[in-house]
Structures are given as C-alpha cells and as structure tokens.
Design a binder for this molecule. Structure first.
Ligand SMILES: [Zn+2]
Length: 543
C-alpha cells in the first residue's frame, strides 16, 4: 500500500473508533438521521484541531483517549436499556449499586470490560502506526474540511436560523459532549434541589376531622416489581397467594396502573402530590408522612431498599427511619421478613395512639431467586443457587418460577403484617401496591425486566390491595362502601396520596377527593405513566 493511502486508512479507522460508541447506539436505537448527523458533527469536530496539531498529531490522538474513556457511559443506556442518555437517567445509573449491577448484568460485565480493553488497545495500536506529523497546508485543509462537515451537520439538522443556539444544541446532544453536559446538569440539579431548604416552611395544614377513642394504625406497603397477573387472588393459574386469599376484608382492585415505570420515579409520585407531567413538584413539597405528622400521628419509614435521591429526600423528612438494606457494595440480600420484624418491634415499643407507617420492600426485584428463603422455593426449577443467564429467553421458565416464588413469599409477608396489625385491635388499614410490574418474556417481543422507556402492560398493571380492620369498618362504613364501589374503576397509583389521607379522615385545604377511591367524589383516573425517558404514556394504549 502507498504510504499516503496507508495513513489515510489508519486515520479513517481511528475516526471510526472514536465515533463508534454513538454510531453503535444509533444503530440500536434505529435513528438513521442521528447516525449521519453524528458523522458530520462529531466527525467534523474531531478533524477541527488537525491544523493546530499538524506538527504533533500523535499527541492530539493520545489526548483523545479521554474521549474514548467516556464510551461506556454512552453505551450503557442504549445497550442495556434501549434509551438515549438523559440527565435523569444518568442519576439512575449513578445510583445503581454494585450489587444491583452484578445481579442484572452479572454475565455481561466481564465481556463488556474485555471488549473495552480490546477497544482501547486497538486505538493505541493504530495511534502508534499513524504518521507523526503532516504539512501545515494539509493540516489546515483537514481543519477546513472539519468546519464544513460540522456546519453541514448543524444546518441540515436544525436549519440556518439561530445558528449559535443550534450549534450549542448540536454539541450537547452528541457523544461525548452529551455526557459531559448531562454530568454538568446533574451536578447543577443536585445543588438546586436542596429539598430541606425548599420545604423548610412547608405545611399541608392537615388535620384529622374526628377524634376516635380507639387507637389508629395505618400502613402503606410499597412493593417492588410485582405485577398484577401473577397473583393467585387476581386469577393466576398458580396459587401464589394462598394466605391473602383467605383474608377477610381484603380488597384487590382490578384496574390499577403504575404512575411511574421505575422505582425512582414511581415512589415519589405515590407518596407526594406530584404528577407525571410535573415530576419536579415533589422537590418543593413534603411527602405524605408530613400530612400524617401534622394530624398528630407518629410516622415511621421502614425500608429494605437503598432509597436514592428522589426518594431519599422524603425519607429524610421523618424522624423515625429504619433502613435494613445491606451496604452498597455488599452482595448479600436481606429478606423482607426483616421488615416484618422491625414493624413488629415498633408496634411493641411505641404505644402512641396514632401511627402511620410506610414500608418499602424488596418484593420481586431481580434477581428473583435471591428474594426468598429455601422454604419458598416451591415452583421449580427456579435457578436457586445455580448461575442462570437471565438474559437468555430460553430460561423463561426458570425466571417465571423464581418470580412466582417471590410473589408467594410476598403473600406471606403481607399476611404476617396484617396479623400483627389485627392483634392491636385498632382502627387500621393496610394498603399494598407495587411500584411497577415486570416483563417476563411474555410475548413475541421477548421483553424482560422493566426498561425505562415504553412500558408494556406487564410493567404498567400493578397489584393493589387494601385490608381494613373490623374496627375500621365500623368507624368508617361509608369509606369502606366506597372502596367496594371502586373495585373495578380505572385507578392510578398516583391516587394513593389522596386515598390514604381520606381513608384516615384527614383533610387539608388542597385535598382533591376526585383522586380518593374511598370517596363518592372519586373520578376515574386518566392512568398516565411517567417513563424513564421522561415521556408520558397512557395505560390503556399499552400492549
Ligand atoms: Zn421498582
């Protein structure tokens, strides 16, 4: 090969390597126009400094290793989650613990690292083969080519008007500048959202409408990744809820959709007044425990999860917090029975007349087989103990078995909580719902887990149960009757906030009884769902 052609070829390969993280992402996301614009905009950007570095080209190419090191960030969201990087998603990635990453991508992490080493190695190999310097004339020519490519990309992407604005938009929406920009936005957001300061003087002006002579104990259980259809009491072919099926005064609502399709979005939307179209409203308001506290309740948060940023800020509002989740780097899991034990010990030691609990469980979080002890390994084979490649649809049966075992275990957890509350002979309710559902290779789309974009009906349709104590039913017969009336109404987990307060007969000036299923004023929910891509989906349009 002629030296010139050889060097041209090497530079072509180097450019291709530098651009490949985004090009691969756009192929996965099926965005052909972004693919071409990326070659023009980011390719042009890469060629731009050739004129300056013409005497020392290798130095420039070595500096670009920084560009390459950002590749994993660009690839994680499209490769593993099928969506483009955004600031909120970056928060989720940063908040993913080591343990969760291992559980989820166990088998993929080592190939991913090996691939990355080869990728960087190949880049350095090619740099060493490249020419050390070029003539000033050639350098300037390449720089001009870079400018032409860059501007062609910007103009064909967004038009001639507002060139400065469009140039900035072009820069911040392509790898690797998009990642740096997202990181900057993230740090700004963390600084801006000083929740403690924002809610300093916040009050619901909530008050309890009556004074009961009996003790009151109200409990919200936020489950994890449990979907509607895998519960025996919702008509599943397997008897996964033998205990709850026998419970009197337990209602299962049939048409409830999640309000957010991942934990970090769903939980704040359940426990605050924020709505999917204004998620950030929750930054400047207190969670529901605040309204209970104003009404004279002792409030507890007992969690078996590491509650992150968006949830953590509301946990910090409570005085009584019991966190049972293992430390970040631990590979051990804690079974939800620990939540029951902690709940039991609070009931034994706190004799307050009014108590409100939020229990945040691990439920059916992947790896399902790690959520229950051996006694609950009923549906087999379930992969307990053996390493299973969950990403392989051929293992569907094992995944479904272990998932069903985790539901069976949750049935026992909920039933035990109800037993403990019942012993107190108080005016009580226990509300259980899941933060979202799960895909289990259900149809030809072969979806698994709960990817942040485009939820399926399997992710959106959640179990929602309310148990009321005999004393509750006699104290509030009208509310109990309305709950029965709404058993098959379209409901969203976004209705939980108003329902919990109304069921406890707590009012506040901004109360909206249209969202309370224990009220005759309830109006069918629009069942809007916030996706991890921050788009709004409608439950009834999902498949
Ligand atoms: Zn979740």
């Amino acid at each position: 090969m002629k030296p010139r052609i050889k060097y041209f070829f090497i530079y072509f390969l180097l450019l291709l390597l530098l651009l490949s993280p985004s090009l691969v992402a756009y192929v996965i996301e099926k965005l052909p126009s972004r693919f071409i614009l990326c070659i023009l905009i980011q390719g042009g950007l890469l060629l731009l400094p050739f004129g300056i570095f013409h005497k020392n080209l290798r130095l420039y190419l070595y500096l670009l290793i920084g560009w390459i090191l950002l590749a994993p960030f660009a690839l994680i969201s499209p490769v593993f989650f099928g969506i483009e990087m955004n600031t909120d998603f970056l928060i989720l990635v940063i908040n993913t613990t080591f343990r969760e990453a291992i559980e989820l991508f166990g088998k993929l992490i080592i190939p991913f690292i090996l691939f990355f080493i080869v990728y960087v190695g190949l880049y350095i190999f090619l740099v060493k083969k490249s020419v050390k310097k070029i003539s000033r004339k050639t350098g300037i020519f390449i720089s001009i080519l870079g400018i032409v490519m860059f501007m062609t990309g910007i103009i064909s992407g967004t038009g001639f008007q507002n060139l400065a604005v469009n140039t900035k938009a072009g820069l911040v929406s392509y790898y690797p500048t998009d990642i740096l920009y997202s990181a900057l936005k993230y740090s700004e957001k963390i600084k801006r959202v000083d929740h403690e300061v924002l809610i300093k003087n916040y009050t619901f002006q909530a008050k309890k409408e009556d004074t009961l002579k009996d003790r009151e104990i109200y409990v919200l259980v936020i489950g994890e990744t449990a979907r509607y259809q895998n519960w025996g009491l919702n008509g599943y072919k397997r008897n996964t809820s033998p205990l709850l099926e026998k419970r009197k005064n337990l209602l299962s609502f049939s048409d409830v959709s999640t309000v957010g399709c991942m934990t970090e979005l769903s939980v704040p939307l359940i426990i605050t007044r924020a709505k999917p179209y204004d998620f950030e409203q929750h930054y400047s308001e207190k969670g529901i425990s605040g309204a209970f506290a104003e009404s004279g309740f002792q409030t507890y948060w007992i969690s078996n999860q590491e509650d992150y940023f968006n949830i953590r800020m509301h946990v910090n509002e409570l005085k009584n917090v019991i966190n049972l989740a293992p430390s970040r780097s631990s590979s051990q899991s804690v079974y939800d029975i620990k939540v029951v034990d902690a709940f039991d010990s609070v009931l034994k030691n706190d004799h307050s007349k009014k108590i409100f609990f939020i229990l945040h469980t691990m439920g059916s979080h992947f790896d399902y087989s790690k959520r229950y002890p051996p006694e609950f390994n009923v549906f087999r084979p379930s992969g307990n103990g053996e390493p299973i490649n969950a990403m392989n649809p051929d293992n569907k049966e094992i995944m479904v078995n272990s998932y069903d075992n985790s539901i069976l275990y949750t049935d026992m957890i909920l039933d035990s909580l109800i037993s403990l509350i019942k012993q107190e002979n108080a005016v009580s309710y226990l509300m259980y719902l899941s933060d979202h559902g799960e895909n289990l290779y259900d149809d030809s789309r072969m979806r698994f887990l709960h990817p942040p974009s485009e939820p399926t009906k399997y992710v959106a349709h959640i179990p929602f149960f309310i148990w009321t104590s005999p004393d509750y039913n006699s104290a509030y017969p009208q509310k109990t009757k309305e709950l029965h009336n709404h058993l098959n109404s379209p409901i969203s987990s976004g209705d939980v906030f108003e329902t919990l307060l109304d069921m406890a007969n707590i009012t506040y000036p901004k109360a909206n009884l249209n969202e309370s299923i224990s009220s005759d004023k309830f109006q069918n929910s629009k069942q809007e769902i916030l996706g991890g891509d921050m788009k709004i989906y409608n439950f009834k349009n999902l498949h």
